[in-house]
Design a protein around this ligand. Structure first.
Ligand code: 2X7
Ligand code: FE2
Length: 306
């Protein structure tokens, strides 16, 4: 319910924030147990630049939609004020064993949950204190805000693409984005949205002896590269409605991580921007295509980055 005399809440930025654990591994933060000699600088430097921009934006909370919290009955929302544990990547435990201690904006989480439920979407609040937050949330949030000085909300990926089809996922995620926008506006809060995923997602099945050996890193195949570049050009051109319309085909052709619904959710919540995206960097990680990008609704602060 909206409160009288309260300023309307708003989405102040939307970030496409890929979450290969390699990027945190390469950064060697205190929280991660593994040690590296670096790697994937094009993405990490892009992230650092976007993190600096976010420092100059006034916002209350980061809302992240992640493919690695997979729910099969409905969309779930983090529902306790604090989660503290160790997050271990199930595929890359050699790279990512991260000790996290994060705060959640439960009020906003419940508001989005309730608005989504009111629009007919199956939803649930996650109230288990022993729940382990997924590495997608942690990697994207850490790289966008290494100080962890803002609360977050995580939204799970209801696996509609797998249960039904990429088209059904696109429609469901768009409805969820619409509901979340409404909840944010009524909350009076300033929110940064985070869509946590790679673009093309075919990946190598064996790892280099030294994971950060950049002489071994390249995109999985040319077709994936061409698809990624096509999408990035459309983002530069401000054609986000068109991007979302072709997303099911992109998802199927490149086994893209857009299957999770995060990108459609974010674009729907932002009402399909027709202004240029800010591009911060593109690079492959174990063969997948990864883009760091942002959508800044304010013309005054929007930049041509790359
Ligand atoms: O989850 C991921 C990913 N999306 C891309 C690359 C490598 C690892 O993990
Ligand atoms: Fe992933």
């Amino acid at each position: 319910m909206s409160r009288p005399f309260m300023a309307k809440g708003e989405i102040v930025a939307g970030c496409l924030a890929p979450h290969p654990p390699h990027l945190v591994y390469a950064d060697n933060p205190d929280q991660n147990e593994a040690y590296s000699e670096g790697g994937w600088e094009t993405l990490r430097w892009g992230y650092q630049r976007l993190a600096r921009k976010l420092k100059n934006i006034d916002y209350d909370v980061m809302v992240v939609f992640t493919p690695h919290w997979q729910t099969y009955i409905g969309t779930h929302f983090l529902g306790l004020p604090n989660f503290k544990s160790k997050s271990v990547d199930p595929i890359f435990p050699n790279l990512f064993r991260f000790n996290y201690d994060l705060t959640v904006d439960v009020e906003l989480s419940e508001a989005m949950h309730n608005e989504a439920a009111a629009s007919g979407i199956i939803t649930k609040m996650m109230r288990n204190p022993d729940f382990r937050v997924d590495y997608g949330t942690i990697v994207s949030c850490h790289l966008l805000n290494p100080e962890w000085d803002k609360p977050i909300v995580t939204i799970s990926s209801n696996r509609n693409a797998h249960y039904y089809s990429a088209e059904v996922m696109n429609e469901q995620a768009a409805a969820l984005g619409h509901a979340c926008r409404k909840a944010i506006e009524e909350s009076g809060k300033k929110v940064v949205l985070v869509s946590s995923h790679s673009l093309s997602h075919r990946h190598f099945t064996t790892e280099a002896p030294l994971p950060e050996d950049m002489s071994r890193e390249h995109i999985y195949n040319h077709s994936n590269y061409v698809w990624d570049m096509k999408l990035i050009q459309m983002m530069r051109d401000g054609k986000m409605k068109e991007v979302i319309d072709i997303l099911p085909e992109f998802t199927e052709q490149t086994i893209a991580e857009t299957d999770a619904g995060a990108f459609t959710w974010m674009m729907s919540a932002m009402e399909y921007p027709d202004y240029p995206a800010e591009i911060y960097g593109y690079q492959s990680v174990i063969g997948t295509g990864n883009l760091v990008a942002s959508w800044d609704p304010s013309e005054a602060s929007r930049e041509l980055v790359l």
